[in-house]
Design a protein around this ligand. Structure first.
Ligand code: TXA
Ligand code: MG
Length: 393
């Protein structure tokens, strides 16, 4: 908790449109004033928190090392974790790249299909343009064009590329509402633009298509699913591999270019325990025997009889709900039906943060299969959780 509150300005995303030159036009006066305020702060070298379609970001002028350093200070982020640079136009992308670099056909296909949107692509970074504090000294820079009108409008009005990680203290769940940012960072950030709840709810997919073998490597699964990427590339397209599922890269493991490798990630202040009620989740504990919820609870909360308050994020069509013993007070958070993982993605961080704020001692989360958005969801959950238990039902 922070002592003083953040300045939060409401924005109406629907009042922002972009012309053929990618310039923002904002019809609602309150929204225009708020985004102009944010753009001024960015130009003056300060940080601004803003909504994207994935999660809220904490942005600063990507071309100004002293501004970027404020992001690391505000979040308590380790300096060896590189930042994504957000652009509002193709021209702005080109301005970050080495002059002789030609964008590959695969990247063109992906940009056509998913920009603006939740896909971050690695590009070679022009060393005299992109400061090394952004790339953490790597030769590449991750770039994306966000789809959220407030994010794209802020970049367009500032007329600067904006470096932005998620707007949370390092290690905590990512914020998907302005209130999450205000609760976490408070007055440490001069302005929070409030564009409502994020639609996607998990961060962008980070893809490296720069390797000489022509294989596309997903370093972090995210808002654009692997299935959608493969479909966009077509039947004769390149191989697409997912880090930790299909390949392991020792250098990625050591230099934490994949989030969660070296530091805690996505963790609320109370323990998160995954409940496996479905056999599709291949990499989780298959060998352990299923246990009743009663046994699981009493092993985790030996004093459960004193009426602990326990959070549970369960699927709306799950049998789990009918097998909850009444020895504790349950606070339920609905994560949508099993067949619609995009709903679970949207609610995931909100659920963790909402239950934490309600003072629960422990949060159970029901697992889902790693298909479509499920891959990004389980990637975040396996980093947030201390353990996985199989539930007998
Ligand atoms: O959706 C998102 O990507 C959000 C919103 C705000 O755009 N941003 C976000 O940023 O999730 P962050 O910093 O929380 O996670 C970005 C991750 C970093 O942890 C880093 O591992 C990876 O992207 N990344 C960034 N630049 C990279 C690079 N040059 N090489 C490899 N990985 C990189
Ligand atoms: Mg983050």
């Amino acid at each position: 908790m922070t002592a003083t509150t953040a300045r939060v300005l409401a924005c109406r995303p629907a009042s922002i449109v972009f012309d053929a030159q990618d310039r923002a036009h904002i019809s609602d006066e309150e929204t225009r004033n708020a985004v102009e305020d944010g753009a001024r702060l960015i130009r003056d070298g300060h940080c601004v928190a803003f909504p994207t379609e994935t999660v809220y970001g904490l942005g600063a002028n990507a071309l100004e090392p002293s501004a970027v350093r404020k992001i690391f200070e505000t979040k308590g982020r380790p300096s060896d974790n590189p930042l994504i640079v957000h652009v509002s136009s193709r021209d702005m992308l080109s301005s970050l790249l080495p002059p002789n670099y030609r964008i590959s056909d695969h990247y063109e296909t992906l940009i056509q299909a998913f920009w603006p949107g939740p896909l971050t692509l690695l590009f070679p970074a022009a060393p005299d343009i992109v400061p090394s504090v952004v790339t953490a000294g790597h030769p590449t820079v991750g770039v994306r064009m966000p789809a959220h009108p407030v994010a794209r409008g802020l970049i367009s009005l500032a007329n600067l590329p904006i470096a932005a990680p998620s707007a949370n203290s390092s290690g905590k769940p990512s914020p998907t509402r302005a209130g999450h940012v205000a609760n976490d960072l408070g007055s440490r950030v001069p302005l929070v633009l409030d564009g409502g709840a994020c639609d996607v709810g998990v961060e962008s997919t980070v893809l490296d298509g720069l390797q000489s073998d022509g294989v596309l490597r997903i370093l972090r699964p995210g808002g654009v699913s692997v299935e959608c990427i493969q479909e966009a590339l077509g039947p004769g397209g390149p191989r697409v591999l997912v880090h930790r599922r299909d390949f392991v890269d020792k250098t990625i493991e050591h230099a934490p270019t994949t989030p969660g490798m070296k530091y805690t990630h996505y963790s609320p202040s109370v323990p998160v325990v995954l409940l496996q009620t479905d056999n599709n989740v291949a990499h989780l504990q298959q060998e352990s025997e299923p246990e009743t919820m009663h046994v699981i609870l009493s092993s985790l909360l030996p004093l459960a009889s004193t009426r602990s308050t326990v959070g549970i994020m369960s699927l709306s069509d799950s049998n789990l709900r009918s097998s909850l013993p009444t020895v504790v007070n349950w606070v339920q958070f609905d994560i949508g039906p099993r067949a619609e993982p995009s709903i679970m993605a949207r609610r995931l961080f909100d659920g963790l943060l909402t239950l934490e704020a309600k003072g629960v001692e422990l949060i159970f989360v029901e697992t889902i299969s790693e298909d479509h958005e499920g891959l990004a969801i389980m990637n975040r959950l396996s980093k947030a959780a201390s353990e996985t238990r199989r539930v007998a039902m």
